[in-house]
Each structure stands twice: as C-alpha cells, then as structure tokens.
Design a protein around this ligand. Structure first.
Ligand code: NAD
Ligand code: UDP
Length: 338
C-alpha cells in the first residue's frame, strides 16, 4: 500500500513516516518546510535505509498534487500539513484559515479527481467545547473553539464529513490528538520548535538545556489536586502507531470515523515536571504565574473507542517520553540543524 503523507517533515509527520516504513508501507511525502527542515527528511531516509519520493511543495498547489497523484498510485492519504501555533492563529487568523482550510480543500479535490478515497486527518482535542464533562468521548460536544486554530480543525472535520457523504466508498478517520510529547528513541527525531516553545514539554527540555532560566507555570489555583492544569500527554511514537491502525481500519470501514488519540490518564504540570526531573536527574526551576487565557483546568481523553475499534492503545510511559525527549534535546541542541 502506498501512503501520501502531507506535512511529512514535521514533528508528527516524521514519526508517522518512520512507523509506516518500518511496517513495509510505501511512502510518498510532501511539505513546504514552513515549520520544518529538509534535514528531517534526509534523516528519515538515512535512519530507515529506505528511499521514498518527497516533494517540497505547498499542499494548496493543486497542479502539483495532480502531478503527484498521476505519478504515484496512492491508496491512502495522511493529512498532517497545517499551521498549529495557537497564539499565532489569534494574531493571523486569515493566514491560518487560508492555509489549513485551502490545503484540505485542494487535497480533497485532487483525491476525488484521482479516485483516492481514504484519508486520515490530524484533528485535535481543541475541537471539543470547553464545558464538557471529563474524560472527553468522541460524542462530547464540539465547537465553541477558543481560537482560530481550533476552528480550522473544526471546519476541516466538517469539510471532510461533507465530502465523505458524496463520495462512494469514501473512508475518513478524524484523529483527535491530545498532547503529543516525546521523541523517537533513536534520539534522531523530535520536536524542533522554530522560536520560543509554546508547549510545555519542549519548554521544560529547553529550560533543562539552560536556554531559559525557569519554567513559568500558568496557574496554580485550578480545581485540580495540585492546583496546576491537567492534560493527557501521549508519546509521539504511540500517536504515530495510531495512524497506522487508522489506515488498517479505513480499509474495512467506509464513512467517517472519529477517534481520540490519548492515554486516558491525566497528568498535571507539576507531575510532568517531576517526571522529567526524575527521568533525567536535572532539576527545573519554576515559578507559578497567572493562568494563560483560554486554558482549561483539565483535558483528558476517553480512549475506549480507539482501543475497541482500532485495537490500538498507548504503550509508552511518561518516563519513556521524558527520557526520549531529553535524549533528542541534549544530543540535538539546535534541533535538526545540529
Ligand atoms: P509541525 O508544524 O511540526 O508539522 C506540520 C508540517 O506541515 C510542517 O512540517 C509544515 O512545514 C507543514 N505545512 C504547513 N502548512 C503546509 C502547506 N500548506 N503545505 C505543505 N506543508 C505545510 O506540527 P505537528 O506537531 O507535526 O502537527 C501535525 C498536525 O497535527 C498539524 O496539522 C497539527 O495541527 C496537528 N496537531 C498537532 C498537535 C501537537 O500538539 N503537535 C496536536 C493536535 C493536532
Ligand atoms: N503550560 C505551562 N507553562 C508553559 C507551557 C504550558 O504551565 O510554558 C501549561 C498549560 O497552561 C497547560 C499545560 O501546560 O496546562 C499544557 O500546555 P500546552 O501548551 O503544552 O498544551 P495545550 O494543552 O495548551 O494544547
């Protein structure tokens, strides 16, 4: 089977491609490097020992997509390309809507023209409304997103759902990721933020490297056992394996299927910091400051549906995620430029 991976040079894309190659899939990938580097692709080829076709291109370029779909016989698409910085999406909403929606629309149009009818889409827990009971099931309310990034995921889910209704035998998997962390255990692949990291784990790792004097903890007065926010942190390799499971599933299940990809376990900010300290032996200076606007107290997945229907569940521990993050960060202080 040949899988077309968009956003293949990114944090999740590199891990998805590694797992696909490992399991014998043929891969064709594309990325415009707006948030990634060509060296990530070179590393995949070197580490796996497998060459695959890679296209530097914007997924909005439908002419190029048509050329690729003519040159390769694609069985399924994994659509990861997208802009993902929440704060930036508030400052540049049009750029986010244009990139994330237009790329999905041109991809679906080209797929339709070439009769490719299976797609796995990277959605997010941000599509859920803020006032749901925890844990979140796939039936929890969606919408009322608190930023343009979340709305782009919500709208793409709707576009994919509408297209599946008209396409005979179309199969769509909407994967709602919780909080991906960690890195490949080889130490060669991981998250490589362009600027100051927005997310907790890369900020902890860069603080451990001495790039920042301390970690700011956004809020110590939430209604949680230690007062800090609780999230569902999933190892990126487990997440990547969830995509492989979704591809299997789509071969037998037409229509639209939605799955939470998380661990089902809630971990507070302080617990994650402690886990990192215990796994690495490095202590992290921290200060509790005001809450970050828009943050929920708790966001945890109910993962029963993915376990039941995809026969998939996360296997790696928080300790694995911390150890793998530190191996990547400490041996690649400048990310893929190292
Ligand atoms: P990433 O930024 O590392 O990877 C996304 C890749 O898409 C980048 O390499 C970027 O250069 C590329 N890209 C963006 N727009 C493009 C375009 N128009 N054409 C071609 N390439 C384009 O992000 P990631 O963490 O790997 O996330 C992958 C997907 O998963 C994204 O859609 C993101 O929104 C989604 N997601 C990520 C998280 C997370 O916490 N990392 C959580 C939920 C959902
Ligand atoms: N957080 C924090 N300091 C940081 C970054 C994040 O205290 O520098 C907290 C944030 O308030 C949330 C959790 O860590 O409770 C996870 O945040 P992240 O941005 O990684 O993911 P989110 O769940 O917001 O998408």
């Amino acid at each position: 089977m040949t899988i077309f991976v968009t956003g293949g040079a990114g944090y999740i894309g590199t891990h998805v491609i590694l797992e696909l190659l490992e399991q014998g899939y043929a891969v064709v990938a594309a990325d415009n490097f707006v948030n990634s580097k060509p060296s990530a692709v070179a590393r995949i080829k070197q580490h796996s020992g497998i060459d695959f076709s890679f296209y530097e291109m914007d997924i909005r370029d439908s002419g190029r997509l048509n050329e690729i779909f003519t040159a390769h016989c694609i069985d399924c698409v994994v659509h990861l390309a997208g802009l993902k910085a929440v704060g930036e999406s508030v400052e540049q909403p049009l750029g986010y809507y244009a990139n994330n929606l237009d790329s999905t629309i041109s991809l679906l149009s080209a797929m339709r023209a070439h009769e490719i009818n299976k797609i796995v889409f990277s959605s997010s827990a941000t599509v859920y409304s803020g006032n749901n009971e925890m844990p979140l099931t796939e039936e929890s309310r969606i919408g009322d997103c608190i930023n343009p990034y979340g709305w782009t995921k919500f709208m793409c889910e709707q576009i994919l759902t509408d297209c599946a209704r008209i396409g005979d035998g179309c199969a769509v998997a909407l994967l709602r990721y919780f909080n991906p962390i960690g890195a490949h255990e080889s130490g060669l692949f991981g998250e490589d933020p362009r600027d100051t990291p927005n997310n907790l784990m890369p900020f902890i790792a860069q603080t451990a490297m001495g790039k920042f004097s301390h970690l700011n903890i956004y809020g110590g007065d939430y209604e949680t056992p230690d007062g800090t926010g609780i999230r569902d942190y999933i190892h990126v390799v487990d997440l990547a394996l969830g995509h492989v499971a979704a591809i299997h599933y789509l071969c037998k299940h037409p229509g639209v299927s939605t799955f939470n990809l998380g661990t089902g376990r809630g971990v507070s900010v302080l617990e994650l910091v402690t886990a990192f300290e215990q796994s690495t032996g490095i202590s992290i200076s921290k200060k509790i400051i005001a809450r970050r606007p828009g943050d929920l107290a708790i966001c945890v997945a109910d993962v029963e549906k993915a376990k039941r229907e995809l026969s998939w569940e996360s296997k790696k521990s928080l300790h694995d995620a911390c150890t793998d993050t530190w191996r990547w960060q400490s041996t690649n202080p400048n990310g893929y430029d190292s």
